[in-house]
Design a binder for this molecule. Sequence first.
Ligand code: CO
Length: 164
Amino acid sequence: MAVIEVVKYPAPILRQKAKPLTSLTEAENILIKDMIETMYFNNGVGLAATQVGIDRRIIVLNDTQKKGDELVIINPKIVHVGGRVTGQEGCLSVPGVSRELRRANALRIEGLNMEGKEIRLDVKGLTARIIQHEIDHLDGILFVDRLPFFQRRKVLAELKKRCG
Ligand code: CO
C-alpha cells in the first residue's frame, strides 16, 4: 500500500465531474487501498478519488478513525435525504479552512462495495455529512462552495491570496 499526495485547491481536477467506475480489477483494488492509507496518513475522515488525481467515482470514509472501520462506496448515489443539521467541516484539499455548514442529516445511499456488490445504506449525522462532502468532490464541488454567499466570497478570496 502507498500514500498518495492529496491534490490541493485550486487544482483543476477538483472541479471535474468524475466518471463512474466500470471495472473492478486489481488496479482499482490497489487504488482503493491506497486511498484508505492516504486518508489515515492525513488524519482525514473521508477521501474522494478525485482528491488523489483519479477521475473515478470512488469514496472512502471512516467516521470513527479506528482502522478497519473504513467504508468504501463505488459509484455512490444519494436516493433519499432527510432533515437538516449544521456542523463543522474541513477538507484535506482546502487546508486551513474550517466552517459550519448545513447539510442533510440522514441519507439513503446506493452504490457498490469493494467486492463490486450492490449496497444500500441508511446513514445519519457525521457519516451522512462525510458522504455528502465526498460525493460533492466527485461532482467537482468543494464544501466552501456551499457556504452562504458572503462567507464563500471571503474564503475564496483568502484562498486565492494563499494558493494563487
Ligand atoms: Co474534502
